[in-house]
Design a protein around this ligand. Structure first.
Ligand SMILES: [Zn+2]
Length: 252
């Protein structure tokens, strides 16, 4: 087994481990890029907790993402494109329904691993009337160090092609406005996407998102969260010693 696939299996099992309330049954999907145009993505219907190397399918990024720009594409086209994008033409299984989402994000060279899950506390917030407000702020320095100074929030849209297009435009807007790539995308009434160049970055963002969501739920119960000020967030975000901590965490 190659290194990328071995790392992807380890990351996926961690995210699906029953000791973490991140994904049950067939929930969630993971991916990793192997070269400029090829990535492994979880096969549809598999379970993260006990996933194996053979449960990941190699897919062409360019063949998947071409459909995003076709305004007339419908469900039948999505099914055809996902089948045709498989590197192994004899493969009979289907890649995850969110393959388009993974492919468009893996076009950014800075991302190599992606973990999408439905964590309990995070979804408690994302399924609440306060979703947008809850994910907009930062609560403490470690929140910023691990998850970045800001996350991308995506209001609920139909999963699959529509969601992929919406994520693409919101990530592009985030990069334009913030000048950095996001580490975390939060999908209203759905779940979390953690992005990184290593499995430790993806699991770290997922762990921290879930911890901060539990803290937020407590803060709402105690009268409402007190988010850090924009100045304090910026100060942590740009401090050299915080960049050092980020590097140390990423190299775990
Ligand atoms: Zn999902």
């Amino acid at each position: 087994m190659n290194d990328v696939l071995r790392e992807l299996v380890g990351m996926s099992r961690y995210l699906g481990d029953p000791s973490h309330p991140y994904a049950i049954l067939g929930e969630g999907n993971t991916s990793a890029r192997v070269d400029e145009d090829t990535f492994y993505v979880k096969a549809s219907g598999t379970t993260l907790a006990n996933i194996a190397e053979g449960d990941f399918l190699p897919v062409s990024i360019s063949r998947v993402t071409a459909i995003l720009d076709d305004p007339n594409a419908g469900d039948a086209d999505v099914a055809r494109v996902l089948r045709e994008a498989l590197v192994d033409r004899d493969e009979t299984r289907k890649p995850s329904v969110e393959t388009m989402l993974h492919a468009l994000l893996l076009r950014y060279p800075e991302y190599r691993f992606i973990g999408h899950t439905h964590p309990e506390a995070t979804n408690a917030l994302l399924c609440s009337v306060r979703a947008a407000e809850a994910v907009a702020g930062r609560l403490c320095p470690d929140h910023i160090v691990v998850m970045g100074h800001k996350s991308v929030f995506v209001p609920y849209v139909d999963p699959g092609l529509v969601l992929a297009r919406e994520v693409r435009s919101r990530v592009e807007q985030f990069i334009d406005e913030e000048g950095v790539l996001p580490k975390c995308i939060l999908l209203q009434n759905h779940g979390l996407i953690a992005l990184g160049d290593k499995p430790a970055a993806v699991t770290g963002v997922t762990d921290m998102a879930e911890k901060m969501s539990r803290v937020l739920l407590g803060a709402y119960a105690a009268g409402g969260p007190r988010f850090m000020s924009a100045e304090d967030v910026e100060r942590i975000h740009t401090r050299p010693d915080e960049h050092y901590r980020q590097k140390q965490l990423a190299n775990r």
